[in-house]
Design a protein around this ligand. Structure first.
Ligand code: NAD
Length: 318
C-alpha cells in the first residue's frame, strides 16, 4: 500500500468492535466509506468526515479495500451476494478482508464462484475485545497471500498492535487460529469456574485457592488475570455477548468436524455456554458461565482481602 496515495477503506459492521476499529482508521488518516443496518452507529464517523453508503455494493464500489466486521458467517454471506452485495460493487482485482470471527466456507465460495475476477481475499479475525478495538491495540491473525498481507499492513496497523499482527498462514488460517484461541479460553473459563466453586464449597478461602493454583503447575492466564474482572468487580464482560461466544464455540466444533478431529471437551464447553445463554439471555457477558456455578453453590466468587490470602500471596510472590 502506497503511503503517499490516499487509501479509501470501506467498512461494514459498526458494532462493539467495528466502531472502535473505524475510529482508529479515521485517526490514522484513511478515508472511510461505511455501512451498517443501524445507520445511527455511524453518526460520529460521519461527523469526522466518513461517507455513508446505502448498500454493501456501494461501499465496495467507492473504496480500495472493503472490510467486514459482522457477527456470524451468515451475516457475512448476506452482505456479499445479490445486487446490493459487496461482489456486485467490487472491481475485478479488488480486495476484501473479513475480520469477523468466522469460517473459511464463506470466502471459499466467493473464490470458487469468482475465480476469473482476480479478487484478493484475506481473513483477519482479531482478539482484544472492544477495549482493544477502541485503543487500536487488537491482535490480528491474518490468513492469505503474503504479498497482500504486506501491502495491507498499514491498514492493519491502524487497528492493531504492530507487534501482534501475525500472518498465520494461507487463506482460512486466520479463522482457524482465532477459533482455537477462543475455544481454549472458554475451556479455561469453565474449568476455572468449576475448580474455584468446588474448592470454596469445600471450605478453602477463594484467594488462598487462587494463589495456590497460581503457584502450581495448574496456573493459567485465566486464573492469574482474566478471572479478576469477576472476583474484583463482578464484571462478566458484556462487551462480548454470550450469544457471540456460543456462535464461536459452534464454529469451532464445526471446524473440528470438518477436519475429522473429535472434539468431546469443546462440545461440552459449548453446551455449558448454551445453558448460560438460555439462563441469562443472549446479551449477557461472555463470562456468565461462571455465574452458573455461583448460582448452583450459592457462593459468589468475590475476592475478600483476608490475612490468609495475604500470607499466600506473599509466599507466592516473595
Ligand atoms: P456486534 O453485534 O456488536 O456488531 C455487529 C454489527 O454488524 C452491528 O452494528 C450490526 O448492526 C451490524 N450488522 C449486522 N448485520 C448487518 C448487515 N447485513 N449489514 C450491515 N451491518 C450489519 O458484534 P461485535 O461484538 O462487534 O463482533 C463482530 C465480530 O467480531 C464477531 O464475529 C465477533 O465474534 C468478533 N469479535 C468480537 C469481540 C468482542 O469483544 N466484541 C472480540 C473479538 C472478535
Amino acid at each position: 500500500m502506497n503511503a503517499i496515495q490516499p487509501i479509501t477503506v470501506g467498512f461494514i459492521g459498526l458494532g462493539n468492535m467495528g466502531s472502535g476499529m473505524t475510529r482508529n482508521l479515521q485517526l490514522a488518516g484513511f478515508s472511510l466509506v461505511v455501512n451498517d443496518i443501524r445507520r445511527e452507529s455511524a453518526v460520529e464517523l460521519l461527523a469526522g468526515g466518513a461517507r455513508w453508503a446505502d448498500t454493501p455494493a456501494e461501499v465496495a464500489a467507492s473504496s480500495d479495500v472493503v472490510i467486514t466486521m459482522l457477527p456470524t458467517p451468515r451475516h457475512v454471506d448476506a452482505v456479499l451476494h445479490g445486487p446490493r452485495g459487496i461482489l456486485a460493487g467490487l472491481a475485478d482485482g479488488g480486495t476484501w478482508i473479513d475480520m469477523s470471527t468466522s469460517v473459511p466456507e464463506v470466502a471459499d465460495r466467493v473464490r470458487s464462484e469468482n475465480a476469473a475476477r482476480g479478487l484478493r481475499i484475506l481473513d483477519a479475525p482479531v482478539s482484544g475485545m472492544s477495549v482493544g478495538a477502541a485503543s487500536g491495540m487488537l491482535q490480528i491473525f491474518v490468513g492469505g497471500d503474503a504479498d497482500d498481507v504486506a501491502r495491507l499492513r498499514p491498514v492493519f496497523e491502524a487497528m492493531g498492535d504492530p507487534e501482534r499482527i501475525l500472518h498465520v498462514g494461507a487463506a482460512g488460517a486466520g479463522y482457524a487460529v482465532k477459533l482455537m484461541i477462543n475455544q481454549l479460553w472458554f475451556s479455561h473459563l469453565v474449568a476455572t469456574a468449576e475448580v474455584l466453586s468446588i474448592g470454596v464449597k469445600a471450605g478453602v478461602d477463594l484467594e488462598v485457592l487462587r494463589q495456590s493454583l497460581i503457584a502450581s503447575p495448574a496456573n493459567s492466564n485465566f486464573v492469574q488475570n482474566d478471572v479478576l474482572s469477576i472476583l474484583d468487580h463482578g464484571d462478566y464482560d458484556e462487551g462480548f455477548a454470550i450469544a457471540l461466544a456460543c456462535k464461536d464455540l459452534g464454529l469451532s466444533v464445526d471446524l473440528a468436524r470438518s477436519v475429522g478431529v473429535p472434539a468431546e471437551l469443546s462440545g461440552l464447553v459449548e453446551q455449558i455456554y448454551r445453558r448460560a445463554k438460555a439462563q441469562y439471555g443472549d446479551r449477557a457477558g461472555e463470562m456468565m458461565p461462571v455465574k452458573l456455578y455461583e448460582d448452583l453453590t450459592g457462593i459468589p466468587l468475590r475476592r475478600e482481602p483476608s490475612p490468609a490470602a495475604e500470607h499466600a500471596s506473599s509466599e507466592v510472590f516473595a
